[in-house]
Design a protein around this ligand. Structure first.
Ligand SMILES: [Zn+2]
Length: 135
């Protein structure tokens, strides 16, 4: 669980650079997809990725990195589908839960800044669709 206590922090802006953490996540998604493809002995038709709205990475950056990393692997041409997960935070002062609007952690109930993130930071491989024709 990550705490946000800087009111100036903008959460929903597009991120131009990929952090090491996000790069690690993409690499582990790729490793998992390749392992699953090998185990099933089928071609991968598509991948479904769960992505929280404040996961600090956008789909274009993920796709770009994915294209780079998956080049020459069996999942190279498999399209990525995203399932978006809405963000929810909990106020540290009044404990009400709310959706951070405009990327700001600012409680609409009591007006205080600072909240605990409950959801919205997800970034993981949710499922893989295989190419049945190849079996
Ligand atoms: Zn509050």
């Amino acid at each position: 669980m990550r705490l946000i206590d800087r009111p100036e922090e903008v959460l929903l802006s597009p991120y131009l650079l990929i952090s090491m953490r996000q790069l690690d996540a993409i690499q582990s998604i790729l490793a998992k997809a390749l392992r699953k493809a090998r185990e099933s002995n089928q071609g991968v038709r598509s991948l479904r990725i769960a992505l929280g709205e404040i996961a600090e990475i956008d789909t274009a950056s993920i796709q770009k990195k994915w294209d780079e990393l998956s080049k020459g692997t069996p999942v190279e041409r498999a399209p990525l589908h995203f399932r978006f997960i809405k963000a929810e935070v909990q106020c540290m002062a009044c404990f009400e839960k709310y959706h951070p609007s405009d990327g700001k952690i600012h409680c609409p109930y009591c007006g205080s800044y600072g909240a605990k993130i409950l959801s919205g930071e997800e970034f993981f491989l949710e499922s893989i669709e295989f190419d049945d024709e190849q079996t």
